[in-house]
Ligand binder design. Sequence first.
Ligand SMILES: NC(=O)c1ccc[n+]([C@@H]2O[C@H](COP(=O)([O-])OP(=O)(O)OC[C@H]3O[C@@H](n4cnc5c(N)ncnc54)[C@H](OP(=O)(O)O)[C@@H]3O)[C@@H](O)[C@H]2O)c1
Length: 114
Amino acid sequence: MTHQKEEEFQVADIPNLSGYVAIVTGGNSGIGYETTRELASHGARVYIASRSKTRVDAAIKAMKTGNSGLDIHFLKLDLQDLQSIKTTAEEFSQKETRVDILINNAGVGLPQQI
Ligand SMILES: NC(=O)c1ccc[n+]([C@@H]2O[C@H](COP(=O)([O-])OP(=O)(O)OC[C@H]3O[C@@H](n4cnc5c(N)ncnc54)[C@H](OP(=O)(O)O)[C@@H]3O)[C@@H](O)[C@H]2O)c1
């Protein structure tokens, strides 16, 4: 029995995401950075949920170089602080009525309260 190699999903395969709202945890560096930039480049409004506004703002500035129309925002989140997670959810629900794409990217150990 022969198996055909499945085609790999490419960035070019991402559809038009205009009107979609996404959250990427830890979107200010590494895999999350690339994911955020590609989702936004395809039209999504993306919230980078991460703990440092300074690092997120720097990442957004870099992503917008050459593409100032990207719709990317900071959402304060520290996954090691359960109260912060609740506050983040409340803050997000005041800004948006929907979330279409949730990328749980940020690496985290056990929250301190557990
Ligand atoms: N890179 C790989 O080869 C690889 C392989 C297998 C799995 N992974 C997984 O893929 C994910 C991303 O990896 P990466 O290499 O891109 O990581 P990275 O460059 O270290 O980025 C991690 C991101 O998570 C954020 N983060 C860390 N702790 C957080 C917390 N308590 N609350 C909120 N945000 C937090 C960081 O924010 P700060 O800037 O504030 O630190 C950063 O934006 C991780 O879950 C990792 O375990 C990666």
